[in-house]
Design a protein around this ligand. Structure first.
Ligand code: NAI
Length: 506
């Protein structure tokens, strides 16, 4: 097998180094694995041998390929044994001083044409390269855990990196069966930067007392199609990993409000309630299974009031059709009759503001989230305002649950759960494009492969409408007066003219 780099050094035989060594050997390179802890190398080698045997057992590799991989994986007992490498990838402890010192030693060992790469996830590639004699041959090569299964790698150019080095690393990634994406050297690169919206906005919703963790998880799974809710995800990653990432990206962007972390995770981390691995996070775990209280059943309503829908409701005709299908008695007058349940469907505005602006009786006003069309969701979400009467809330809940679709009832907030979280994700992604950190296409690839979102953030914005997303953000900025909802100019320009977010300016 011909590869871009025939001999590849991997430094650090932990979880990441082992994975990188595996795919490099499978691609056909000779791999020299080095670690300051000799037992770590032996352990990694034994685990990789066992892994290849397992793959052969499953018929995914033949015995010849297994033998070849095993012979290509070689332990290096000193840094000097990496002298003949064409590429060296570092995956050691995440400390700038340790990485810098390693690379300056390595520069003395390897030949001039050897490419040097770091798997850092949070340090600046430029900072690691500073002080090297040949910073132009140095780049970031950021893999995800577990490396063989997470098929994306960020190729990061430092300030002085030669573009040909990035091109070579990208080509080699393809030879290893991975998809490379090109990123500028900025905090969090693409994936860890784009991932800031999901958890932080969900935490913000909880901190405002709008609803609880489990309800937010249900809404984002059922309405927006995420595989895991943000709190399930944080429990899986564990807060001792994810909270420091939130803090680091916020600080590295000089307190940019979009990335502001939450006191909720700071507290939970301090209390050791970090997630599934300790048996308790946002959920309690018994034998590895989250204990989730069942949802309250839809209320029984003896007499259903007539329903009047605001003329300014989002997706008004779809909402009318839905109510008709559910057998509602729909009022069509200019204003609601004195007994009518009044439904509003704002984008970004809270229910209270809508009731006041449209001169509706707040006691009978309930909001429904119509950002996403009803047919595309598995859940409906309604919101009360502080004056909403219980009978009106229950009537809305019972009516919207008539066909068996679950309904979540939340308190008033600018934007419902899905609007807030989706708009924040799209806005952060737009700002990544604005900063030219990567191309829109690479952003989509990185997020779908690296974060497992149902759609790339820009495709998500396109699906629910760039204009709608922009409207959610503008109105939330009005409700909260918080710069975190300020739309990125990139989104603003495209949203204003209703353009696809995948469109690139020439
Ligand atoms: P790990 O703790 O499993 O393994 C690190 C290995 O490096 C250990 O075996 C240690 O003995 C060795 N080591 C430490 N200092 C060394 C030195 N000066 N020279 C040679 N070997 C040294 O760590 P893991 O999880 O494999 O992460 C390694 C790197 O990959 C870190 O920079 C981390 O930020 C990055 N990374 C980690 C991800 C993850 O999910 N674990 C994801 C993406 C990047």
């Amino acid at each position: 097998m011909q590869t871009t780099y025939n001999t590849v050094g991997v430094i650090g035989a932990g979880a990441m180094g082992r994975g990188i060594a595996q795919i490099a050997a499978q691609a056909g390179s000779t791999v020299r694995l080095y670690d300051t802890q000799a037992p770590a190398i032996a352990k990694a080698r034994d685990e990789l041998h066992a892994q290849w045997d397992r793959l052969a057992g499953k018929g995914r590799m033949d015995s010849q390929a297994v033998a070849a991989c095993k012979s290509r994986l070689q332990a290096a007992s000193a840094l000097q044994e990496l002298a003949d490498c064409d590429l060296v990838v570092e995956a050691i402890v995440e400390r700038l001083d340790v990485k810098k010192s390693l690379f300056s030693q390595l520069e003395e060992v390897v030949r001039p044409g050897c490419v040097l790469a770091t798997n850092t996830s949070s340090l600046s590639v430029t900072a690691i390269a500073a002080g090297l004699k040949q910073p132009q041959r140095f780049a970031g090569y950021h893999f995800f855990n577990p490396v063989p299964l997470m098929k994306v790698v960020e190729v990061i150019a430092g300030l002085k990196t030669d573009p040909a080095v990035c091109a070579g690393l990208a080509e080699y990634a393809r030879q290893m069966g991975h998809t490379p994406v090109q990123a500028q050297d900025t905090p969090g690169f693409i994936v860890n930067h784009a991932g800031r919206g999901y958890g932080t906005e969900a935490l913000r919703i909880v901190s405002e007392g709008i609803t609880d963790f489990a309800t937010i998880d249900r809404i984002l799974r059922d309405q927006a199609g995420f595989k895991l809710g943000p709190f399930e995800l944080m429990d899986l990653t564990a807060l001792d990993v994810s909270h420091p990432v939130m803090e680091s990206i916020y600080q590295q962007y000089y307190d940019e409000p979009r990335y502001r972390p939450s006191v909720i995770t700071a507290q939970r981390l301090a209390g050791g309630v970090v997630g599934r691995k300790v048996g308790e996070g946002f959920y309690r775990y018994v034998e590895g299974k989250a204990q989730i209280a069942p949802e309250p059943a839809a209320p029984q309503v003896a007499e259903m009031p007539p329903v009047w829908v605001s003329t300014r409701a989002a997706r008004k005709s779809e909402l009318y059709q839905l109510l008709k299908d559910l057998g509602a008695k729909i009022e069509t007058g200019q204003s609601p009759s004195p007994t009518a349940l009044t439904l509003v469907a704002p984008l970004g505005f809270d229910i209270t503001t809508v009731a006041v602006v449209e001169r509706l009786d707040p006691a009978r006003t309930v909001g429904i989230d119509m950002l996403i069309d009803d047919a595309a969701t598995k859940r409906r979400v309604i919101a009360t305002n502080p004056a909403t009467r219980e009978d009106m809330r229950d009537a809305a809940h019972a009516l919207l649950a008539r066909d068996g679709k679950p309904v979540s009832v939340i308190r008033d907030s600018g934007g419902f759960v899905t609007q807030r979280v989706v708009a924040t994700i799209v806005n952060i992604a737009s700002d990544i494009c604005q900063q030219r950190i990567c191309s829109p296409a690479d952003l989509e690839t990185a997020v779908t492969l690296g974060l497992g979102y149902p759609l790339g953030p820009l495709a998500m914005g396109n699906r629910w409408g760039p204009t709608n997303i922009l409207e959610v953000l503008f109105n939330m900025q009005t409700v909260y007066g918080d710069p975190r909802y300020r739309p990125s100019p990139w989104l603003r320009r495209r949203g204003a003219i209703g353009l696809s977010l995948m469109h690139e300016e020439s």
